[in-house]
Design a protein around this ligand. Structure first.
Ligand code: ADP
Ligand code: MG
Length: 218
């Protein structure tokens, strides 16, 4: 599904965030990426999801170099959750945040209503449907951002620290949901500090340190 070959990434400030990362990630199961702050996890996740392109080396999704793919094409293959949910929230209401992508894709209204309703329930957002997303709590924003990713039914997910802003109950709900998705053959890369999530659910753990792969359980 994902193939990184000798990926390096330098930010424009000159900071080298990744050096010489080569990985193959299968389309099924959960691959966890862990490592200390600043080790390059977010940068690697963005490269995997095609949001940024490697400075050198290559990143391929289903055999195709992300440099040759439009964001729309990548978006139909991979759902990406930003570490900061504000980055992907822009609609005037919670409900519109969920329906927007489907409208753009020309999904029929009745189906949009159904799919949005399912997400509102599943993420306990039904009572907040008319609310302005920017004024939600951090945990509510995180649930909304993830719902907006999943309403699109991507076959593969890259989730950057999806449990950080959630209380224990919501963390457990999210883990149950991820388990269901795994059973439905949705593959995922989960970037996480959460030991419990990593040890209980991931079939593979990759540890980054200083922009390099220190350990890979595969
Ligand atoms: N937008 C940016 N501009 C310059 N340097 C950045 C930027 N984002 C991240 N970095 C640097 O790249 C390195 C890796 O960051 P990041 O991928 O966010 O790590 P992690 O997600 O593991 O905390 C760090 O040294 C960080 O300071
Ligand atoms: Mg990060």
């Amino acid at each position: 599904m994902l193939k990184m070959t000798d990926v390096c990434y330098n930010y424009s400030t000159g900071d080298r965030a990744l050096s010489g990362v080569s990985l193959r990630i299968p389309g099924a199961g959960m691959t966890a990426i862990t490592g200390p702050n600043g080790s390059g996890k977010t940068t690697l996740g963005k490269i995997m999801a095609g949001i940024i392109k490697p400075t050198s080396g290559s990143a391929k999704i289903s055999g195709k170099d992300t440099r040759d793919m439009s964001l729309g094409e990548i978006g139909r293959k991979i759902g990406y959750l930003f570490q900061e949910p504000e980055r992907q929230i822009f609609a005037p209401t919670v409900e519109e945040e969920l329906s927007f992508v489907l409208r753009v894709q020309g999904v029929p209204d009745a189906e949009i209503a159904q799919r949005v309703e399912r997400m509102l329930e599943r993420f306990h957002l039904a009572d907040l449907r008319e609310r302005f997303p920017f004024l939600l709590s951090r945990g509510e924003k995180q649930r909304l951002a993830l719902a907006a990713v999943l309403v699109n039914r991507p076959g593969f997910l890259v989730l950057d620290e999806p449990t950080t802003a959630l209380d224990l109950k919501r963390q457990r709900d999210l883990l149950d949901l991820l388990k269901e998705l795994l059973e439905d053959d949705v593959g995922m890369v989960v970037i996480s500090h959460d030991r419990r999530l990593v040890t209980r659910h991931a079939s593979r753990v990759i540890e980054l340190v200083g922009g390099e792969v220190l350990r890979d359980s595969a």
